[in-house]
Ligand binder design. Sequence first.
Ligand code: GDP
Ligand code: MG
Length: 175
Amino acid sequence: GPSFAYGFNKRVHVLLGDMGTGKTSIVLRFVKDQYFDCQESTIGAAFFSQIISLNEATVKFDIWDTAGQERYHSLTPMYYRGAAAAIVVYDISSMDSFIRAQKWVLELQRQGNPYLIMALVANKVDLEAKRKVETEGGLQYAQEHGLFFIETSAKTAENINELFYEIAKRLVRIR
Ligand code: GDP
Ligand code: MG
């Protein structure tokens, strides 16, 4: 089997954000290179694993793809407790999803893990004609809150691998 340069296999990563922003689509694109126009809603939470090899280390992503919290406006702590990285997703065609993403970010920061790597992901950039959240708005929020920011499309695969490689690089750096 693969040999791990670092003990990253204990690390858990979590995907958060409004329903319909594309969390499941992002992880399916990353793990299986698949995409569905009619992605079924996630029930509860789904677990995925994927390995990334960098020059200096192998990083295993154990990903919780969450769902359902949208209704309660609060996170289920069991999914992000012990997480090394959190990916907060919004949909560029929905201002509401961007506002809600900011609430997830604040909730995660309240947990007080100073080593938590957080990525703010502006998904569905293929829907440029329907854009409601400007790149500048997402980027500025991310910079003010110490997050890594990237615009993606699970549909076209734009920046999906880059998102996870960037997180992997940061995980290696803080070890
Ligand atoms: P989740 O609820 O956050 O897990 O979102 P899903 O992954 O289930 O996606 C919700 C809907 O948005 C589905 O119909 C997807 O096909 C669609 N979707 C997801 N990502 C993208 C994207 O990058 N571009 C477009 N145009 N649609 C997307
Ligand atoms: Mg889902």
